[in-house]
Ligand binder design. Structure first.
Ligand code: B4P
Length: 191
């Protein structure tokens, strides 16, 4: 099993690049953002709870997200590997993921970190907000608080994987194709 984490701030291009990676390498895509949005669209109890945090630009509580991922890994034991997009976002999530994968004798093989400046992140997310209807992209205050959450709680997740020498950083500004080429080179070298 080959497992990749695509890591980066909100708007760094995780969702965009994930679609291309899973197609090329036939990995199972797990995006906690997409999972949470589909719970919201379905009006589930979990979705209603998550929405309160997402609309404020806050992270959804760890236990909610970890439970969702545990179920998905269990249901996809035959997958060639997973691409984790937007997960883990806290140290507690990273530790839980390691434990979940251990049960299948698997581990994270590489963490790819997309590096993008704050002003570019804000420009991209405001741009997406105009067309996506996503409430968390609608105004700059919420976008800045998502970036602040990233700095306070998520950036340290890269340090967690760095101790195992698993992090590769990539310049996340440039065309989608140029960035995809850089990501492919990293994956080809470790797969
Ligand atoms: P996510 O759904 O994970 O989304 P994101 O971080 O906002 O965006 P992403 O990095 O995927 O950006 P994209 O490629 O789409 O999270 C949303 C919320 O869910 C979080 O704030 C949190 O509340 C909650 N959540 C999710 N996971 C969680 C977890 N594990 N724990 C707790 N809470 C969690 O790109 C953005 C824009 O940039 C797009 O418009 C795209 O077209 C554009 N773009 C992409 N690449 C570009 C490029 N190279 N050049 C120019 N534009 C580009």
């Amino acid at each position: 099993m080959f497992n990749v984490i695509l890591f980066g701030a909100p708007g760094s291009g995780k969702g965009t690049q994930s679609q291309k990676i899973v197609e090329k390498y036939q990995l199972k895509h797990i995006s906690t953002g997409d999972l949470l949005r589909s719970e919201i669209a379905g009006g589930t109890t979990l979705g209603l709870e998550a929405k309160k945090f997402m609309d404020d630009g806050k992270l959804v509580p760890d236990e909610v997200v970890i439970g969702m991922i545990g179920n998905l890994i269990d249901k996809n034991k035959d997958a060639k590997g997973f691409l984790f997009d937007g997960f883990p976002r806290t140290i507690a999530q990273a530790e839980a993921l390691d434990e979940l994968l251990k049960k299948s004798n698997a581990e994270i093989n590489v963490v790819i970190a997309l590096e993008v400046s704050e002003e570019e992140l804000v420009t991209r997310l405001l741009g997406r907000g105009k067309i996506s209807g996503r409430s968390d992209d609608a105004n700059e205050t919420v976008i800045r608080s998502r970036i602040e959450e990233y700095r306070k709680k998520t950036a340290v997740v890269a340090d967690y994987y760095q101790q195992f020498d698993k992090v590769k950083s990539v310049q996340g500004e440039g065309s989608v194709e140029e960035i995809f080429e850089l990501l492919s080179k990293i994956i080809d070298a470790v797969i």
